[in-house]
Design a protein around this ligand. Structure first.
Ligand code: SAM
Ligand code: SF4
Length: 335
């Protein structure tokens, strides 16, 4: 096979989107994402910034056009701006877009530099606009710091999309306040259904599960929802709220099957490649990366892994128990 032929999986899906987790650490401890006392990976297991660059550049060479940097919290990784700066050389030369998902705590420090590196959009996770609730759900986070970060991102010219995990009994009553706040500040907004990751007890997770179909019905009591054709190859579906003109997304990995158009893979900060967020199968890319300064073995390992990309995931809450669960934390694969 042509060494540079673009990546295509066994179901003829072109792989054009890479999500890379640059650290498993975080300055927050969101209850649905991490245990309060997390055991983090030893530093020697992490890919260096240079190795992350080689790895992502290999993917760009194989046809990846969109890169999302995530974590853990990507902006707490030491010297992470060096990585963004280095990766910006691919923009317009293979890579169409470089973006990140962040909790926003460090955006006030880094927004200008991110914009200089060619980042145009950021996803900021924010589940509540209430200061006390924010501290409760993130355990260690402070709402004013995040709001300041979001302001800084806007001021730097970045488009902000807010990601909100829908949590029953937690932010249900904030549905309309969140919508109004996003309209006022011109942020896009996407709701995410809570997923069965990590060690949270099944009972607790089912209690928190707020189906987005229900959220959507509630939204329709105040707004006219027009479904948009827009597809990202991922689990997001969008509607326009006719009265405000806002775009609202729904990420429903559990109630919809989106796998048939999946175009993405994930790499962890230790160089493990996950071909599907909902499955345990993975490939080690750190060994071929460290075995040689040339990228041939790395590219072969990537191709072999993509050839095993499964058709889809098996998450299912429908029978009042959690099945298809994977044992790792979301911070491990970056969501
Ligand atoms: N720290 C960054 C942040 O919070 O945006 C990036 C990493 S975080 C793991 C990525 C996304 O995953 C966040 O939007 C977070 O809300 C979401 N997430 C974490 N755990 C989740 C879960 N169990 N179910 C659904 N979404 C989850
Ligand atoms: Fe950290 Fe993001 Fe996980 Fe919250 S969701 S603990 S901010 S990695």
């Amino acid at each position: 096979m042509d060494a540079q032929a673009p990546l295509t999986d066994p179901f003829a899906r072109p792989i054009t989107y890479l999500r890379v987790s640059v650290t498993d650490r975080c300055d927050f401890r969101c209850t649905y994402c991490m245990a309060e006392h997390m055991q983090f990976l030893p530093k020697r297991d992490l890919l260096t910034l240079e190795e992350l660059d080689r790895l992502c550049s290999a993917f760009v060479g194989l046809g990846v056009r969109k890169l999302r940097v995530t974590g853990g919290e990507p902006l707490v990784r030491r010297n992470i701006m060096e990585f963004f700066r280095a990766m910006s050389r691919h923009l317009g030369a293979g890579l169409d877009e470089m973006t990140l998902t962040t909790n926003g705590s460090q955006l006030a420090r880094f927004a200008d530099e991110l914009a200089e590196c060619g980042v145009r959009r950021v996803n900021v996770s924010l589940d509540t606009l209430d200061k006390d609730r924010f501290s409760q759900i993130t355990r260690w986070g402070r709402l004013p710091q995040v709001l300041e970060g979001i302001e800084a991102a806007k001021a730097a010219g970045l488009r902000v999309k807010i990601n909100t995990v829908a949590l029953k009994g937690f932010n249900e009553d904030e549905l309309f306040p969140l919508i109004d706040w996003c309209a006022e500040h011109d942020h896009d907004l996407t709701f995410i259904e809570v997923m069965p990751m990590g060690e949270m007890g099944d009972a607790q997770r089912l209690d928190q599960y707020w189906a987005l179909s229900e959220l959507r019905d509630r939204l329709a009591t105040r707004f006219t929802l027009t479904p948009l054709a827009e597809r990202t190859g991922g689990p997001a579906r969008y509607v326009r709220l006719e009265e405000s003109g806002q775009k609202v997304g729904f990420i429903t990995p559990l109630t919809h099957n989106f796998c048939e158009s999946c175009n993405r893979v994930r790499v962890t900060c230790t160089g493990e490649l996950f071909m599907c967020l909902g499955q345990e199968d993975r490939a080690d890319l750190r060994a071929p990366l460290r075995a040689s300064a040339e990228d041939d073995a790395l590219r072969t390992a990537i191709r072999e892994a993509i050839a095993r990309k499964p058709k889809g995931h098996d998450f299912d809450y429908s029978r009042r128990h959690v099945s298809g669960r994977v044992s790792r934390y979301m911070s491990h694969t970056g969501g």
